[in-house]
Ligand binder design. Structure first.
Ligand SMILES: Nc1ncnc2c1ncn2[C@@H]1O[C@H](COP(=O)(O)OS(=O)(=O)O)[C@@H](OP(=O)(O)O)[C@H]1O
Length: 370
């Protein structure tokens, strides 16, 4: 059942499927519906204790130069992750307890996370599709589908994760680092990947908008070289993609695997398939009434980018202090924007790496949903 707070904000949910009860972040959620003040204090202390434990552990892991001088990349489980997010990953591995009906949006950063969050949330909550109270019209999609690897300064996010009514989550963790309960319980997940050239450009330009105390961002050339050598947040990127591709091949009923460029060219069949996969298939009647098109349009880049909630310097409301304005999550949404930044030699380098890495995996010929 939706909490009173959600109802008081005019949000309606379908009640037949647990995913439809994803929480809507409200001003009051930071006060938490889940914990009273004493409990919150206890949790915060526990949280701080773990933070120290993780920091001690992380100091023993390999460190490499990052994209900013004061943000080294730290090696863990075959991937490179920056300190606050790695602390969040360790925390999630220790404490995140999935339930069988939980659904996960899994991505490498800058490859379609925001779009998939909007789509999964809208599919699961489409009873309020046409209403002005629709949460997607008021909130950044990141506020509606919480990351499980919360960053330690952002304690209020913990409340969102603890909200028993929520079953929609997201993560940037590679498949091999996911909290054990997710695979053990056979939770479903959707993964999207994107041309590494556009992913890189999207990431580098995103970091340019970051409010950071970690020193100046590396040049495009140096960052690109590092990205190609696997040194990027949650990198190597190609290994990240492969981790979910393998999981998909081993268990296609558990993992849905999408490609940004294909969805961008023709989102409709993918959105239909995604809804079916989530257990929210569109009925014939809904299809006749154009509901699929409505979902696609509501979650489209142009629609989301132009919403007041996602414009200008406005910050996300689910975290007390944000590194990015909401508008940073909606840059161009184009396929092939890399051509405005990378030389043909740079493009050939990363294309070659991708072909070598993915050769024989079937990934490059990956299924089209029609
Ligand atoms: N609705 C929708 N449809 C299509 N594309 C979209 C949408 N929303 C965001 N974007 C584009 O996705 C890029 C950001 O990637 P992520 O959402 O994965 O970023 S993040 O990891 O959540 O920070 C980033 O791509 P670039 O424009 O190339 O930088 C966004 O513009």
């Amino acid at each position: 059942m939706a909490s009173e707070q959600q109802i008081s904000h005019g949000t309606q949910y379908e009640s037949s499927n647990p995913l439809s009860q994803s929480p809507v972040k409200t001003e009051t959620l930071t006060n938490t519906t889940v914990l009273n003040q004493d409990e919150t204090k206890k949790e915060t202390t526990e949280f701080e204790k773990n933070k120290k434990r993780y920091q001690d552990l992380i100091s023993t892991f390999p460190h490499a130069k990052g994209w900013r001088p004061k943000a080294p990349l730290i090696g863990y489980g075959g991937h490179w992750i920056i300190q606050p997010l790695l602390e969040g990953c360790l925390f999630a591995q220790d404490f995140f307890q999935a339930r069988p009906n939980d659904f996960f949006v899994c991505t490498y950063p800058k490859s379609g996370t925001t779009w998939l969050k909007a789509l999964t949330f809208t599919i699961a909550n489409r009873s309020c599709l046409d209403q002005s109270s629709n949460p997607l019209l008021k909130r950044n999609p990141h506020e509606l589908v919480p990351f499980i690897e919360i960053e330690f300064p952002f304690f209020p996010q913990l409340d969102v994760l603890k909200n028993k009514e929520n079953s929609l989550f997201s993560t940037h963790m590679p498949h091999g680092l996911l909290p054990e309960s997710i695979s053990k319980l056979g939770c479903k997940m959707v993964y999207i990947w994107r041309d590494p050239k556009d992913t890189f450009i999207s990431m580098w330009t995103f970091f340019q908008k970051q409010r950071s105390d970690n020193g100046p961002l590396n040049s495009l050339e140096e960052s690109f070289d590092m990205f190609c050598r696997g040194f990027s947040g949650y990198g190597p990127y190609l290994d990240h993609v492969l981790s979910y591709w393998k999981a998909y091949q081993e268990n296609p009923n558990q993992v849905m695997f999408l490609k940004y460029e294909k969805m961008r060219a023709d989102p409709l069949p993918y959105v239909k398939k995604l809804a079916e996969f989530m257990g929210y298939g569109f009925t014939g009647e809904e299809e006749n009434e154009g509901v699929v098109e409505k979902v696609v349009n509501l979650c489209s880049f142009d629609m989301l980018k132009n919403l007041e909630a996602n414009k200008g310097e406005k910050d996300r409301e689910d975290i007390p202090w944000s590194f990015y304005p909401n508008s940073a999550y909606f840059r161009k949404g184009n396929v092939g924007d890399w051509q405005n930044y990378l030389t043909p030699e740079m493009a050939a380098r990363i294309d070659g790496l991708m072909e070598d890495k993915f050769k024989g995996t079937g990934l490059l010929e990956h299924v089209i949903y029609t």
